[in-house]
Design a protein around this ligand. Structure first.
Ligand SMILES: [Zn+2]
Length: 488
């Protein structure tokens, strides 16, 4: 059999003023045709999972594109047309395919398009007709819209947060599509969307409500007809009508089983919704606790400025508190500030420079910080993920320097990127195990690759576009009331 495959992923923070054009995709992931297969084969990505499962079966595939960008504002019309066009054109040219496998996100908003994935799937349906199987993997933070559901045969969400099962869901999708195409299963779906928008960090799957829900969803004695269950958390930083939590269940020719299962999981989430209320910890308090901790290293995630959710990547508020409280063994990954990188590169390793660092993107990520420091290293900012999430794939934070501010080692980078793997420190000549405090621009994903360091985690809530306090965000188009924005 023969499959068309493609990957198009962006998590869009509609409150960000940084629009996402093709250069942002090229800086992260953008490979077409056979290059897309070369870039993803053997990696822990959804496309990597498709390829392994297809090749194990001895089937053929046509790679179209692998494209992803760091979360930020609206995807530009150009970028959307270009990337979606590669996939749609692939379907138009290869009429002998048995189905289409897509690695998507589910929270992409493009200029003029609220539902990027739904639009892509609709364009594909217009080319291939209503019968060809289309199976897509989606991020746990998908909005899951009615249009996506209507246009796809099956949608499969990640089960883990940190997303350590992206590859496994890709394999699952590639195995399922063959069973659908040969008529062995007939997926029937049920969707429940109670009015919930959980802040991201309340949904990690290491403990708490989300872990408990997954235990119920995947229990060994669930109805045998169930093919797939997804518990979508939604992505809170998008002002789109269908934003929110969703339970999606597919059962083999059995709508009743799917509906019963979805309703039970909806009731569980709604009944325990108070666990989605997040209690913030101010930056100064987090830093004080970190410096007093006996267990090292302490990892402080800068939850509110997470470029993995559309943060500007340039808040320096935790660094400001580290300096103010006299830290001398800390490393920060990373502050986005291309001007400071250029200054440091031209000054050279060993030079002492005085700069105004960070907070240049907008007025939502604190104030710049006047600092003096010594340039310790200069690098190209590329490193390979070695943790359980997307292992083997390459990260690119652009040209980078390490600025040593009296023992606080600050990585300054020139591409926005969530820092969720300790390899970022090693790539810049920093030994993370030897530091008392590590600051990362990440909310939850860092937990996977930092676990082997055996330190402790103290979350800090500074200013930023990924704050877990959703109340200040100017939502105008979402359905109200919705919990926890509204009392329900
Ligand atoms: Zn996600």
């Amino acid at each position: 059999m023969k499959w068309l495959i493609g990957g198009f992923s962006h998590e869009t923070n509609t409150f960000s003023s940084v629009h996402t054009g093709l250069p942002a995709f090229r800086a992260h992931t953008y490979a077409t045709g056979e290059d897309a297969a070369r870039a993803t084969r053997g990696t822990g990505t959804g496309m990597g999972g498709f390829i392994d499962a297809i090749e194990r079966r001895g089937d053929a595939f046509v790679p179209t594109i692998a494209a992803a960008a760091t979360p930020s504002g609206l995807v530009t019309e150009d970028a959307f047309s270009d990337i979606a066009g590669h996939i749609v054109e692939g379907a138009r040219r290869h009429r002998d395919i048995d189905g289409i496998l897509l690695a998507l996100h589910g929270a992409m908003v493009a200029e003029g398009i609220d539902d990027g994935e739904g639009e892509l799937l609709a364009r594909l349906r217009a080319v291939v007709g209503s019968d060809l199987p289309i199976v897509a993997t989606l991020d746990l933070h998908s909005h899951l819209t009615r249009q996506m559901l209507d246009c796809a045969t099956v949608l499969i969400g990640y089960q883990k947060y940190p997303h350590t099962d992206i590859y496994e869901r890709g394999v699952e999708a590639a195995e399922l599509i063959a069973r659908v195409a040969t008529g062995q299963v007939h997926p029937a779906w049920a969707l429940e969307k109670p009015p919930l928008i959980p802040p991201c960090a309340t949904c990690h799957t290491e403990a708490g409500l989300y872990r408990d829900m997954w235990e119920v969803a995947l229990r060994p004695d669930r109805p045998a007809s169930i093919i797939s269950t997804s518990l979508f958390a939604g992505f809170p930083y998008a002002d789109v009508p269908e934003l929110g939590f969703g339970v999606l269940v597919y059962a083999d020719g059995d709508e009743t089983a799917a509906a019963g299962e979805a309703a039970a999981l909806r009731d569980m989430a709604w009944g325990r919704r108070s666990e989605f209320v997040y209690r913030p910890r101010p930056v100064e308090e987090a830093v004080r606790q970190a410096l007093a901790s006996a267990r090292k290293p302490v990892v402080i995630p800068d939850i509110a400025d997470n470029p993995g959710g559309g943060g500007a990547n340039d808040s320096v508020e935790i660094l400001r508190a580290l300096i103010a409280q006299g830290a001398h063994s800390a490393a920060v990954a990373a502050i986005y500030d291309p001007a400071v990188v250029a200054h440091g590169k031209s000054a050279g390793v060993g030079a002492r420079i005085a700069v105004s660092l960070g907070a240049k993107t907008d007025a939502l990520h604190g104030e710049p910080l006047a600092v003096e420091g010594t340039v310790r290293t200069i690098s190209d900012g590329r490193y390979q993920y070695k943790g359980a999430m997307t292992r083997g794939a390459w990260a690119n934070m652009g040209a980078s320097i390490v600025l040593d501010i009296d023992g606080i080692l600050v990585i300054v980078c020139s591409e926005r990127l969530q820092q969720r793997d300790p390899e970022v420190f090693r790539a810049c000549g920093i030994v993370p195990e030897e530091m008392d405090v590590l600051v990362v621009k990440s909310a939850v994903h860092f937990r996977a690759a930092f676990a082997p360091l055996d330190g402790c985690i103290i979350e800090a809530d500074g200013p930023g576009l990924t704050s877990l306090d959703l109340r200040p965000f100017p939502f105008a188009r979402i359905q109200r009331p919705i919990f926890p924005l509204d009392d329900m």
